[in-house]
Design a protein around this ligand. Sequence first.
Ligand code: HEM
Ligand code: HEM
Length: 215
Amino acid sequence: MRYDQKYAWSILLRLFHWSFALSIVALAVTGFYIHFPWTNTYLEGDSCFPVATMRYIHFIAGFVFTGAILTRIYLLFFGNKYERFWDFLPVTPKNIGNMVHTAKFYLYFTEKHRPRVGHNVLAGIIYIITFILALLQVLGGLYMLYPEHAALQKWGLLLLGPQQQARFLHYLFMWYFIIFASVHVYIVVWNDIKSKEGLISSIFTGTKYIPPDKV
Ligand code: HEM
Ligand code: HEM
């Protein structure tokens, strides 16, 4: 069968993807440590300061994460047509059809894969939820970091509650990101094996392989 090479992901989206993915790994590891410092506490007394170091790395990664999610919000409105929210949410009959078909494909009810240049709509819904939680995670982080800032105090209190509750939610949301990342990597590998689009390489090169009549 003939496959055409289609440009799907802009360089900005790929930069977003990898800075988001790598910063989440750093944030989850250091976040775990802030929550439960597992090293022997006598280390704290000497010049190592492991908790301070972990917090420092957490904040640096936190700002990378913040830059990444703001970039993605920009792309939701001004990215190429596959990156805008309209393309991957169930808001048109075609997209609803794609969502239902993808669910059947994932549940092994059908073996027929429907190639698509952009995201499948089932993935798109999860990505939007992930972006909303990422914004809440940024708000929670900045709220804890700058508790005296008036706007952060107002929005932090409104959306996440008092500091202790916001901190607990920040911790709980970490589990969402860990579960999301694990399931996500499983699904992209599964898709890469089942279909011939070159899905994994697309997040490095920006291009996918689609039969000419299926665009
Ligand atoms: C080995 C590691 C990874 C690979 C090979 C990979 C691959 C991919 C691919 C191929 C896509 C596009 C798939 C689609 O159309 O749905 C994608 C999208 C995405 N990935 Fe990953 N991924 C990896 C790790 C991660 C991690 C750790 C995270 C974050 C926890 C992440 C977050 C995302 C997000 C949010 C999107 C949506 C992109 C967008 O439109 O904004 N990925 N990934
Ligand atoms: C996916 C993204 C993130 C994850 C998984 C994450 C995870 C965590 C975890 C697990 C904790 C410990 C909470 C506890 O003690 O129970 C924490 C603390 C904290 N995080 Fe994050 N975080 C993320 C993003 C951010 C961002 C974007 C910022 C903002 C710069 C930030 C700033 C903070 C601050 C200020 C603390 C409290 C540190 C302390 O009081 O010692 N985090 N984070």
